[in-house]
Design a protein around this ligand. Sequence first.
Ligand SMILES: Nc1nc2c(ncn2[C@@H]2O[C@H](COP(=O)(O)OP(=O)(O)OP(=O)(O)O)[C@@H](O)[C@H]2O)c(=O)[nH]1
Ligand SMILES: [Mg+2]
Length: 201
Amino acid sequence: MHSRSSESESRYLAPGIDQCVKIVVLGPFAVGKTTLVGAVSEIRPASTEERMTEAGKAVDTMRDLSDKTTTTVALDFGRLTLTDDIVLYLFGGPGQPRFSFMIDELIQGALGGVVLVDTARITESWDAMGRLEEAGLPYVVAVNTFHDSPAYGDTELRRALDLAPSTPLVKCDVRHRESAKKPLIALVSHLLSRPSLEPVS
Ligand SMILES: Nc1nc2c(ncn2[C@@H]2O[C@H](COP(=O)(O)OP(=O)(O)OP(=O)(O)O)[C@@H](O)[C@H]2O)c(=O)[nH]1
Ligand SMILES: [Mg+2]
């Protein structure tokens, strides 16, 4: 019997997968969208990173971005087989406002979203939350726990984000695979708990 290496195995969908779910990962500039997709993807992620010009670096953020030299200009793409029968197709969006027209394209056909938050600049995630709400797309909010950002309790965070009680809130470190999977697991549980699943059209 032909045996495949584990690397080539991960290039193909496992037999038995019967639910392919498109998920968008949104949030402001440099919040960690590309890092999350890259951390969880079982295929080499596709990305559209371009070197940041000085103009790009001028985006208003309090964060030290000395190790961030590129920015997403269109999308990130990755795949994660979550259970024996569910595979997620992940589409990370661009964070810079000048590329935000891409977001309406990305959410077409999606079943849910992850909105990343940096607690040092919480309100910068409102735009992504609003885009998903306008599209009627269920989402979870995930705090990417940058070590130098303030730590808040869930109640404070929910209040600051003006989060609906039914919207899940999780904390993760998008640089680490198991932690980065947490918002995706929370999102799928959230989607499965809803009466009907309709992709955005
Ligand atoms: N110090 C610190 N850096 C982090 C942490 N998490 C992520 N980063 C860094 O933050 C940056 C996030 O970059 P990206 O993943 O490109 O962010 P993005 O949201 O895709 O950015 P755009 O596509 O440009 O909007 C990277 O340089 C990460 O290494 C953290 O917890 N602490
Ligand atoms: Mg990016």
